[in-house]
Design a protein around this ligand. Structure first.
Ligand SMILES: *[C@@H]1O[C@H](CO)[C@@H](O)[C@H](O)[C@H]1NC(C)=O
Ligand SMILES: *[C@@H]1O[C@H](CO)[C@@H](O)[C@H](O)[C@H]1NC(C)=O
Ligand SMILES: *[C@@H]1O[C@H](CO)[C@@H](O)[C@H](O)[C@H]1NC(C)=O
Ligand SMILES: *[C@@H]1O[C@H](CO)[C@@H](O)[C@H](O)[C@H]1NC(C)=O
Length: 456
């Protein structure tokens, strides 16, 4: 230190000399002859440190090449409402500083040194999508090699904007972009490159992300379009990070309970339609489902309409529909057993068509005539009204015997009424069956959808 280094005033001269020396190629700009005795002499690097305000090039027409890579070390949060992805990156920048070089043989074989980053010129690389100020910890260092290659690592918590599509929640994949570019150096001053392949970045990131959090890294792609703003062209590197949500939590907490509730509601169709327990049972289920929805609201994304919300709405609608149907059937059966309203012709033919497909042809011909003949061909297929209507068995027996007694008109009336009742009962059963099939179709579609979405 006391030796041959020029005083402050001679610094410019020194710089000029070092410029000239650099031009000759094989001379070293840093005198490290005393490194082994006194450690690194700060004076040896002073000239370099003093230049940190300027881009370190000898010829300002030559752009600085900066090689960029990063490691995705954590995916912290995906906010669908604000469309933000919060992740943690280790950004690695490599560039050359032509004012730094020394001869390792003179310098006790020191090939690289760490230098406090605040003493060096740093490229102003930033992530375009980042919606937050870079909060890199202070006091970082950079590796400087004897050839003047500077290797600078910086951990950054990036809150970046990302176009999130939560339609397929919780089976969604997101494709977020990290665009690295210089804040103000155009292509004339700075060129960006990569010394690693993207698959290496992907592999390291996969190894580093140890947390079994909600998100899983699928892959990283890159593109290098240049960005022109006005007359200025900026170099940039875009990384597309594809991530996928791990759906297990949501399947266990959302889909399975909801599926069970719907399945139980579907099974309640096996309770006879005439049973008084059915409506209360369904109401309880509906109540339970509403409580479930309230509790699970926190797990759903706060914005947008994912498919799963549609599914919940459909479940709820089905349950309400089945409750309404149960109420309607109860009303209908009540009405039918007391004073059965006439069956509209279209309903009649519909019932004939659907309930006795084997006998469809002969009965359809008797459309206009709802007499005894029709009843007798029809009744054997029915058992329920017999149980339902207390007074039916006797008259039915009588009718089945086919003996026209003295009170024939009365019996005919009775039979016709009973036929009406049976038709209404049949109708209610048809509605039950229809709704039950709807439930089955819904459940099967749901299971297939979940399996397909889970596996893709
Ligand atoms: C380096 O510095 C030492 C003294 O610290 C001096 O003796 C030596 O000549 C210098 N070498 C060069 C190449 O300037
Ligand atoms: C600076 O670089 C440009 C482009 O490479 C070249 O044309 C020019 O001659 C260089 N100037 C000097 C002084 O080396
Ligand atoms: C950047 O990477 C390229 C390709 O691997 C390599 O040729 C070049 O020397 C690297 N430049 C810097 C400054 O690391
Ligand atoms: C992500 O989106 C970009 C274009 O926006 C596309 O080039 C890239 O292939 C997508 N990546 C994946 C994994 O879907």
């Amino acid at each position: 230190m006391e030796g041959g280094w020029p005083p402050e005033g001679g610094l410019l001269l020194c710089l000029a000399v070092s410029l000239l020396l650099q031009g000759r190629g094989d001379t070293f700009t840093i005198n490290c002859s005393g490194f082994d005795q006194h450690g690194v002499d700060p004076a040896a690097f002073q000239a370099v440190f003093d230049r940190k305000a300027f881009r370190p090039v000898i010829n300002y027409s030559v752009p600085t090449h900066v090689n960029i890579s990063f490691t995705l070390s954590a995916i912290l949060e995906v906010d669908a409402q604000l469309q933000l992805l919060t992740s943690f990156l280790w950004i690695n920048l490599i560039w050359d500083n032509p004012f730094i070089s020394w001869n390792p043989e003179e310098c006790v074989n020191i090939n690289k040194l760490t230098v406090s980053a605040e003493n060096l010129w740093l490229p102003d690389i930033f992530i375009v999508e980042s919606m937050d100020v870079n909060r890199a910890p202070p006091g970082l260092s950079a590796y400087v090699s004897s050839e003047g290659r500077i290797n600078y690592d910086r951990p950054v918590r990036v809150t970046s904007i990302c176009n999130l599509d939560i339609f397929y929640f919780p089976f969604d994949q997101q494709n977020c972009t990290f665009t690295f570019t210089s804040f103000l150096y155009t292509v004339d001053s700075m060129l960006l490159g990569m010394d690693k392949e993207v698959w290496e970045i992907t592999d390291t990131s996969r190894d580093i992300i140890q947390t079994q959090g909600e998100w899983e890294l699928l892959g990283i792609n890159k593109a290098t379009p240049q960005l022109s703003v006005g007359n200025n062209v900026y170099d940039q590197i875009m990384f597309y990070v594809a991530i996928r949500r791990r759906p297990r939590l949501y399947i266990i907490n959302l889909l399975v309970p909801s599926g069970f509730l719907v399945a139980i509601d579907a099974l309640s169709f096996f309770l006879p339609a005439e049973s008084e327990n059915r409506a209360p049972f369904k109401i309880t289920l509906l109540l339970g489902y509403n409580v479930f929805l309230l509790m699970m609201n926190d797990l759903l994304p706060a914005s947008g309409t994912p498919l799963i919300s549609v599914y919940f709405a459909l479940c709820l609608s089905l349950m309400v529909l089945s409750l309404l149907e149960t109420i309607f059937i109860t009303y209908l059966l009540n009405l039918a057993t007391t004073r059965p309203p006439p069956v509209p012709p279209w309903l009649h033919s519909l019932l004939l068509h659907y309930t006795s497909p084997r006998k469809c042809c002969p009965t359809v011909t008797q459309k206009g005539n709802k007499g005894l003949g029709l009843t007798s061909t029809h009744l054997p297929g029915l058992k329920e009204p017999v149980e339902l209507v207390g007074k039916v068995p006797a008259s039915q027996e009588a009718e089945l015997k086919g003996c026209p007694g003295p009170t024939r008109g009365q019996q005919e009336d009775e039979a016709q009424k009973q036929h009406l009742v049976s038709l209404w009962v049949q109708f209610s059963h048809m509605m039950d069956t229809l709704l039950f099939h709807l439930y089955l179709i819904f459940l099967v579609t749901f299971i297939i959808t979940v399996v397909v979405l889970w596996n893709t």
